[in-house]
Every structure is written in C-alpha cells, then in structure tokens.
Write a protein that binds this ligand. Structure first.
Ligand code: PBG
Length: 339
C-alpha cells in the first residue's frame, strides 16, 4: 500500500485538566466550601439525669438527658455550629389522643430550651412543631374516628405548642407537620403574643419518605405508628411542582426560612426552590441518609469522612443555605483539619 496520510489530531483548544492538576489551582476555582456555619445539629432529648441511650439504627447517635445535652451544646458551639434542633423522646405515659403534652410549659422540649438558653444564650435553638412524639397513634396531628388526620383542629394545637416553645425561649420554631395554614396561624399567634422576633423555619416540602425510619425509632413513635403512614399530609416523592406551590404558600404566610426534606434524593427540588424564591433554604439530611452512610462506612465499603463531606457539599452546591445533619459535630471536627 502506498503512503496513507491521516489528518493529524488537533491539540485540544482548552485543556480542562490544567486547572485540576495541582491542589493550589483546584483550590482557586472551588465554588462551594463547607463551614460549620452551614450546619444545624438535630438532637434527641431524654428525661432523666446523666442518661444517654444509643439509637440502634443510627450508630454514633445518642439520646441525651438535658444535663448531657447542655454539655453537647457547649461542644458544638465551640466548634462553630450556630444552631441545634431539639426532638424530645416523650415517655409513653405522657402520650395521649389529644397530644396535650405538646404544649405543657414544663414538657421535656420546653425544659430543654430553658436549660440551653440559660447555659448558652447565643446558640440558636430550634424546636419541632408537630404532634407525633405526643400522640398515642404516632401521627403528626389529631385524628378522627377513621384515623384521618384533622387539619384545622391540629393547627389549633400546633399554635399552642409553638407559643409554649417561644415562651420557653426558642429562637426558631419549625413546624414539620405539613398541615395547611399552620404557618400563618403560628405567625399570627406569635405576633399577638409579643414574640415578634421568633423565627419560623417551615418544613415546606416534606416528603412522605421511607428515609425517616431510624428517626421514628429514635423518638419512639415507630411502634405507635405501626403500619400507619403519612401519605394524606406529607408530599408524594414523585412530585416537584407541588413543592414550589407549598414553599410559595409558606413564604406568603410568613415563613422566614423554608426546608426541603429529605436531602440527597431531593436536590432537584432544592435547586428549583432556591432559584424560584431566593429565600433562606434549608435541607434536612435525614436519619435514613445518616444510617446508609454510617452502615456502609462501618462495613469498610465507603470512606466515611470523604463521602459525608461530599454529600454535604453536594447539598450546599444544590442551593442549601444550611443543612440539618446528624453529622454536624463530626463534620465540624473534620473541617478543622481539612482545607
Ligand atoms: C416528625 C418528624 C420526622 C422527622 C422530623 N420530624 C419524621 C416523620 O415525619 O415521620 C424525620 C427526621 C429524620 O428522619 O431524620 N414531625
């Protein structure tokens, strides 16, 4: 055969790998950087003194009595984490059909708020507004004879609960119940009661997710809920436009911050919400996400520090201004020695 001349491959006009070649230039173009300011630490609060209980489905997470919780709060504050979210573990004897323990001024959550604000006034304290820790059936609201969660009757109790949290000194109340109209009702009641500075973090796009299982074990609502589900009030995981509708309503009703929950499987929603509304947007990396990352790491299948920081970075990159994560303390420690 005679000489065959092939066209010479041109050099790439742009070599994307130049900037990736060394740590210094990777650092120069890094768009998203985690700091402890990005984290909110969710904690489970127990009755008792000097009492800690591990949560079996969340290795590394413990339920703490108030005295131990204050010590934990001091640690996370020193690490630079700005806020903590409280979830009380209600003794079965305090649960009822009408969930009246939810607004007991001396309830576990209310006492925990007072103790934390006394010890550490600057740490932001967030309380959960929902009835599931207090109902005998584990639903987030009051039910009728058919087990259907009643909207307006529930909102009346949520308002009392939020007021009791604000009176105890909570900086932020966070309705996680998904009843209609509860943000407006809570806002109006807070204003009327003089709590004009109490912020509302609305769980606006809260999906009926199967990733909440370990949390329900942790607060002790799983057994009460049994085979029940929350499909008549939490959102269908298949929906996206509905999340925008929910966020729009909550902002119009007076929410200061909105939340999308769970995290990693819902980052498309986070991006849409942030782009459309530009409001302070938070994401809950939920118990099942924690359990997955922890279990795989404990098996030696994933590098825990690397995957957790990657997941948290991805949530921030998608548009989150802050992340509720059971890894908050550990991630803040990891960030101290990484850059
Ligand atoms: C209930 C509530 C849930 C979570 C936070 N608040 C569970 C549920 O809706 O059943 C889940 C958090 C997690 O899984 O980490 N109001």
């Amino acid at each position: 055969m005679t000489h065959l001349s092939l066209p010479r491959a041109p050099y790439p006009t742009t070599r994307m790998r130049r900037m990736r070649r060394a740590p210094f230039s990777r650092r120069m173009m890094r768009e998203t950087r985690l700091t402890p300011d990005d984290f909110i630490y969710p904690v489970f609060v127990l009755e008792g003194q000097n009492t800690r209980e591990p949560v079996p489905s969340m290795p590394g997470v413990e339920r703490l009595s108030i005295d131990l919780l204050v010590a934990e709060a001091q640690q996370i504050w020193a690490l630079g984490v700005p806020a903590m979210a409280l979830f009380p573990v209600t003794p079965p004897s305090a649960k009822s059909l009408d969930a009246r323990e939810a607004f007991n001024p001396d309830g576990l959550a209310q006492r925990a708020v007072r103790a934390l604000k006394a010890a550490l006034p600057e740490l932001g304290i967030i309380t959960d507004v929902a009835l599931d820790p207090f109902t005998t059936h584990g639903q987030d609201g009051l039910i009728d004879d058919n087990g259907y969660v009643l909207n307006d009757a529930t909102v009346e109790v949520l308002v009392k609960q939020a007021l009791s949290h604000a009176a105890a000194g909570a900086d932020i109340v966070a309705p996680s119940d998904m009843m209609d109209g509860r943000i407006g009702a809570v806002r109006a009641a807070l204003e009327a009661d003089g709590h004009i500075h109490t912020r509302i973090l609305a769980y606006s796009a809260k999906y009926a997710s199967s990733f909440y299982g370990p949390f329900r074990d942790a607060v002790g609502s799983a057994a009460n809920l049994g085979s029940g589900d929350k499909y008549t009030y939490q959102m269908d995981p298949a929906n996206s436009n509905e999340a925008l509708h929910e966020v729009g309503l909550d902002l119009a009703e007076g929410a200061d911050m909105v939340m999308i929950k769970p995290g990693l499987p819902y980052l498309d929603i986070v991006r849409r919400v942030k782009d459309q509304f530009g409001a302070p947007t938070f994401v809950y990396q939920v118990s099942g996400e924690y359990a997955m990352l922890k279990a795989a790491s404990q098996n030696g299948w994933l590098n825990e520090e690397a995957v957790v920081l990657e997941a948290l970075t991805s949530i921030k990159r998608a548009g989150a201004d802050g992340i509720l994560t059971y890894y908050a303390k550990q991630a803040a420690i990891w960030l101290q020695h990484s850059h």
